[in-house]
Design a protein around this ligand. Structure first.
Ligand code: FES
Length: 146
């Protein structure tokens, strides 16, 4: 079987699908190469992520990783939320086929975009958070420069 049981479970029964009406932050990211789009909504109070929801026009792996990412981020502080990388999400899902790794990046970037939106709306700076991109496929093409 190509996908782990956890991936299949989160794909067939995705958690946290939907919108948060009065969201503290909303992030939308796409990947022009595959055409998939991810939007994540966060409800943040007193520095804690109280709720997270997502909507996607994306593949099964994008659904599963967003489902898991939104599960993992709930109840976390903003700094803890930043540590929920695509690698952490993939680990929680018992892995993804290599060809599907980029789908987990969509979830991570949308999460970061939502946190960025929250920071902008509140006039704060979140340490360690970089300005998100709208299209992660551009990101993939960038030369490594640090
Ligand atoms: Fe585009 Fe999975 S193929 S996010």
């Amino acid at each position: 079987m190509m996908y782990s049981e956890k991936v299949m479970d989160h794909f067939m029964n995705p958690r946290n699908v939907g919108e948060i009406e009065d969201a503290s932050g909303v992030g939308t990211v796409g990947n022009a190469k595959c055409g998939d789009i991810m939007r994540i909504f966060l409800k943040i109070e007193d520095g804690i992520v109280l709720d997270a929801k997502f909507k996607t026009f994306g593949c099964g792996a994008a659904v599963a990783t967003s489902s898991m990412a939104t599960e993992l981020i709930k109840g976390k502080t903003i700094q803890e939320a930043l540590k929920i990388t695509n690698k952490a999400v993939m680990e929680a899902l018992d892995g993804l086929p290599p060809i599907k790794v980029h789908c987990s990046c969509l979830a991570e970037e949308a999460l970061h975009a939502a946190l960025w939106d929250y920071a902008e709306k509140n006039g704060i700076v979140i340490e360690g958070l970089e300005k998100p991109v709208n299209d992660i496929s551009e990101h993939e093409n960038l030369p490594e420069e640090e």
